[in-house]
Design a protein around this ligand. Structure first.
Ligand SMILES: *Cc1c(COP(=O)(O)O)cnc(C)c1O
Length: 444
């Protein structure tokens, strides 16, 4: 049998007890793979961008909100795109410089805006009311932070409604095709010499590359129009967002960053010509292929004639897959009790999680070697938005997350990214310190 690096890592994780009876689920991250993806991203844009063009690849923190991962990516030359005070705190804890941090969020508070401007963090205003807040802050304490406006080119959605941010009624940015909106954006820039960026992120997963490129084209055309009317290069940077889709059906990485950069180069020739600095905000495509959820099979049973493997990975780590399985299918790999790839004829079976609701299945009727109690189920391609985005249903603890790398001699080394949440932590975050607080409240 041909063992992959992931197979070796699974076997080593079981042998070292990272997953076992006491810790029945964990997240594993292929660190060399993450470094490779970061390098591919940089190389793709370097190849198509005029020499000397400033390019910042700001990793979308929500895709893997883990401090050591943000620091690893920073070492590999990336910054961070943050969308909440929590994400900003993680980026800062990872040592990401403020100059390599971009703040996007549709609901920034006044305090958040004030802090970002004071720190010099790039801010993309989502809507006219937010821009008015920034006006007031700039009047009282002028900031040299790069400030932009997020627009929605309204070029249409992809295959997953919840991920499509460029529909007519998307909640994000200023809808450019709404009546009067484009003129409003142009005038907003002409009236504010400190507005220097335009931002669009037209969708995540499920967007065809051509549609993404059409969104960037609209962004570029608007920037050219504004600069023309301003009579100077007022807009100096275009933030083109992230959204490169990930292939969840095999080990192949497709599409690639290079394909996307080449398409942008062909569709929007001026974009990478050095006329503008570039910011990107990729998330899923940097991490997804490099993560695995590894879970013990607690019981094997059957119902209505169908075998069911009851595992410890369900909605708490694979929330989207469990709730919207047709949009977020995951591959599952079967491993035996020692963490070796399981062989045997495929049998259609359900892979269930530990949560107390009937729909807690990560795969239904999936042909796999029959899983037995003590075996392991691995959810593949889960490095982004899965175990880093815990769902606290049933008070299931956040699992441990471990980075791995394989030495030349095949030895697998692990490093802790996040320790498993303890029951003490869990009780504490569930109001444990206030156990008696309701004692007299509301008593007559
Ligand atoms: C979520 C998000 C991203 C990242 O999207 P991916 O599909 O993970 O690449 C980038 N920018 C913004 C504004 C986002 O909301």
């Amino acid at each position: 049998m041909n063992f992959t690096e992931r197979d070796r890592a699974v076997e080593a994780a079981v042998a070292r007890g990272l997953v076992g009876p006491g810790e029945p689920v964990a997240g594993l991250l292929d660190i060399a793979g993450i470094r490779r993806s970061a390098a591919e991203l940089r190389a793709a844009f370097e190849e198509f961008t005029a020499p000397g063009t400033p390019v910042l690849h700001a990793f979308a923190v929500k895709a893997a909100s883990l401090v050591p991962v943000l620091r690893l990516l920073a070492q590999e030359g990336l910054g961070c795109e943050v969308a909440s005070p929590g994400e900003l705190a993680l980026a800062r804890a990872a040592g990401v410089p403020v100059g390599r941090t971009v703040l996007d969020s549709p609901a920034k508070t006044l305090a958040e805006l004030r802090e970002a401007l004071a720190l010099g963090i790039a801010v993309n205003a989502d809507n006219p009311e937010e821009l008015a807040r920034i006006d007031a802050l700039m009047a009282s304490a002028p900031s040299s932070a790069p400030i932009g406006v997020r627009v929605n080119p309204q070029i249409g959605g992809g295959s997953i409604g919840a991920m499509s941010t460029a529909t007519d009624t998307s909640k994000f940015g200023v809808g450019l095709r709404d009546e009067g909106a484009r003129d409003w954006v142009v005038q907003a820039f002409l009236a504010r010499p400190w507005l220097t960026r335009l931002h669009a992120h037209v969708g995540s997963q499920g967007m065809p590359l051509e549609l993404m490129a059409a969104g960037v084209r609209a962004l570029y055309d608007l920037a050219e129009e504004i600069n023309e009317k301003a009579g100077r290069r007022q807009i100096d940077t275009l933030d083109i967002g992230g959204g490169l889709p990930v292939n969840f059906s095999s080990d192949a990485t497709t599409p690639t960053y290079r394909e996307y950069a080449a398409l942008l180069h062909a569709t929007v020739p001026g974009l990478l010509s050095g006329r503008y600095g570039i910011v990107t905000e990729f998330g899923r495509s940097l991490l997804a292929k490099h993560g695995t959820v590894l879970a013990r099979v607690e019981y094997a049973k059957s119902a209505g004639g169908r075998p069911i493997a009851v595992t410890h990975a369900g909605a708490q780590v694979a929330t989207r897959t469990v709730f919207v399985p047709e949009a977020w299918p995951l591959r599952v790999a079967a491993y035996d009790a020692e963490g070796r790839p399981k062989t045997g004829a495929p049998v259609a079976q359900d892979i269930a999680g530990p949560c107390c609701f009937a729909g807690d299945l990560v795969a239904e009727n999936r042909p796999l070697p029959l899983l037995e109690s003590g075996d392991h189920a691995a959810l593949l391609d889960t490095g982004a938005y899965y175990f880093s985005t815990h769902f606290a249903y049933n008070s299931l603890p956040r699992p441990g997350v471990y980075g791995y790398a394989t030495d030349a001699d095949g030895t697998v080394r692990f490093a802790t990214v996040r320790t498993p949440q303890t029951l003490e932590d869990l009780t504490e975050e569930s109001g444990g310190a206030h156990a008696k607080s309701l004692g007299d409240l509301g008593k007559q």
